[in-house]
Write a protein that binds this ligand. Sequence first.
Ligand code: ANZ
Ligand code: ZN
Length: 868
Amino acid sequence: ESRYNPAAIEEKWQKTWVEQGIDKTEENQDKPKFYALSMFPYPSGSLHMGHVRNYVITDVIARLKRMQGYRVLHPMGWDAFGLPAENAAIKNNIPPAKWTQRNIAQMRDQLKRLGLSIDWDKELATCSPDYYKWTQWIFLQFLQAGLAYQKEAAVNWDPVDQTVLANEQVDSEGRSWRSGAKVEKKLLKQWFLKITDYAEELLQDLDQLIGWPERVKLMQANWIGKSTGAYLEFPIVGSSEKIGVFTTRPDTVYGVTYVVLAPEHPLTRQVTTPDRKAAVEAFIQEVAAESELERTAEDKPKRGIPTGGMAINPFTGAEIPIWIADYVLYEYGTGAVMGVPAHDTRDFQFAQGNNLPIQVVIVPPNNDVEMLRVTPLQEAYTEPGIMVNSGSFDGTDSVKGKQAVIEYAEKQGWGKARIQYRLRDWLISRQRYWGAPIPVVHCPNCGIVPVPEADLPVRLPEDIEFTGRGGSPLAQLSSWVNVPCPTCGTPAKRETDTMDTFIDSSWYFLRFPDATNDKLVFDSARVNDWMPVDQYVGGIEHAILHLLYSRFFTKVLRDRPKGGTEGDRNLLNFDEPFQRLLTQGMVQGLTYMNPNKADKDKWVPTSIVNADDPRDPQTGEPLKLVYATMSKSKGNGVAPEEVIAKYGVDTARMFILFKAPPEKDLEWDEADVQGQFRFLNRVWQLVTEFAQQPTVKETSIKNPKSKIEKDLRRAIHTAIQAITEDLEGEYQFNTAVSELMKLSNALADATCKDSPVYAEGIKTLILLLAPFAPHIADELWHAIANQESVHKQSWLKADPDALVADEMTLVIQINGKTRGTIQVPAQADRQMQEKLARESEPAQRYVEGKEIKKVIVVPGKLVNFAIG
Ligand code: ANZ
Ligand code: ZN
């Protein structure tokens, strides 16, 4: 073959690798392990460039680690439950299972075209009964541990999809992330997982994750949202009940001028006086329609009304009014707040809007206290300072005052220290069909009864009608719902809720090491051996939920005994699932944009725009050509299969790796794709020409004699060194590809093509190329008379002797002007460099007997003579 023709070689090698088992997981315990994992895809039906980038990154790492002597686990699976399948069933009357299987088959073929070294024996799909049987088993572990419970809760109700949504599935405008419908509040009995039990550990252990981006750790910490403060109680006038509040500023307690309840708070109706009843009821209804985001938005005026009831501040004995307001959330803290308008921004706004008194109790250090008493505050003073108007605490530093006030409150029985997390328990039940059924039965005698392990999985019935109306489709199939109680045999009912798909993806990485086990969820020894994942690669959109839930599951299973019996060892023996995390950037494509239009409507696909005079087809306004994340709606995607058909997958891989560092966004640019294609062509030429020469094929020569050979050998080993460094640490694939190009140039320019050093260079180039462009590398590897796959070879180590330059270049300057250069031995010291410079031809010529007043030596760079 004389020309590089990717189509002719790529499928051939993919087949050969399968036959030779190149991608199979090695279980050889003598080798260190490496678990390389990409976030598994949702089987939407077609692969996009974002997927390609994700999996190529992981694949380069997996291939490199194999060559470096690791046994590598590099699996793939399908996050296959979820709404789209069900929506397709409603729209096109195709069963979700069938739709999903068809998509998986399609995407598996596309993936296989990418030349990824995936062990397909480990493939799993979360919608298959062999998998969800164990998802259900894990749910029962949570139930047994008291970490799964049912509770009536105000939930986000999507009126279009007719389902409950998690908070995070509702966008900032209060709309469903899937249907876009305005979300409503509805009271329903729901299943929760008690992730709050692990809040502190989930926060603390972030410190262990040194291989994670700081940004992701910060997002997790903020999501957990730990606050330290106090719980304080305010007695209600004329009642034995008290209002408990959570505050982070107990030092401001003398400045409380009112108490506010969330409208949903159970005490609201009790404290309301008869004359206020109608107004309070109306207000409660109004707030119920608002989303959490609307209620807490910074810029929005805070709305509230008095209940007519009064409370007592135990610290001052003062009677203060009890209000209700929308900015107090029922789900956070105690659902009640002590209002300190002088020192809290929201309270300040609220007090001003409602004519409530403002009482200063903290002043800046060194401030004139008297001044503050007469001048009204312009805004809340939220900084630390000195306590004033605070009884015996006057003069105390407010930071120290927090603790002092808590201690005093404890002594008096008014409250105590409290730590509060923003993290809430995880609402996991969905009133949908296409998910793992929650494996419990509701019995009139026994209550909630877990389905016995022997009866798992609770299978999804197939004779279901998908109408798109009403709640869960499962609830409508009485033959499935009605079962005898597993404990007492009384007619009972199955739970009809299915689990949030985030549950499926919270443990899939634990299944891969033992993916086909039909006796156990997994063999603990095997999982403990392979876990944690050494390198996890995926999108930043999973920075919070998926990663937090996976960490939570890992910790719960770590705490569960293996056989459910006392004294048994636990299911897992590690704390964190993902050692290192790489969040890859987006792939962007060119698209037209109308700068005058709002976010969602501003994109105009290139296909409907006249490139010579780009205008909005609707309004005629001029358009801008910009890079934006590829998406269907923008119509700016580049189809992977088209690029592969045109240039081959090796070129696509090289381009993706070369164009941007992996964490950064990548701008798709056809010219750069062609650049990589040309580069692979040059490599092809170089190697095939070499292979045709009948001359030296000897590839080890440690000490070449000629300078030309020495220089070439240095270039070769510099490439090994630089690429190895780029691939360790931070995964700088882009600079690694640049180094490959440099090496190929050095070889092309070499004037010693019959030397063993040149043979070493050709061999090195192919080996270093192997993780990046695996097909062409194997083809060329065989072209230079090797029998075994390049992917079974060892990664190279740079020879330190070869790296040492034996000469260096010095610039000779006279009075700051460059007059020539000289070569000096690399080990020449400063003095020697000056001596050789003095003796050099340019120095001799320009100094010409004049007096040298001063010599400046920049070692290894230049020598300057100042002459008079
Ligand atoms: C009095 C006070 C005085 C407060 C002051 C702050 C400054 P983080 O940091 O987010 O935990 N708060 C408590 N529960 C609330 C609820 N359910 N809805 C709305 N706000 C609530 O914030 C804790 C502070 O937020 C608490 O401290 C409370 O206001 C308010 F100078 O108490 B603070
Ligand atoms: Zn029963």
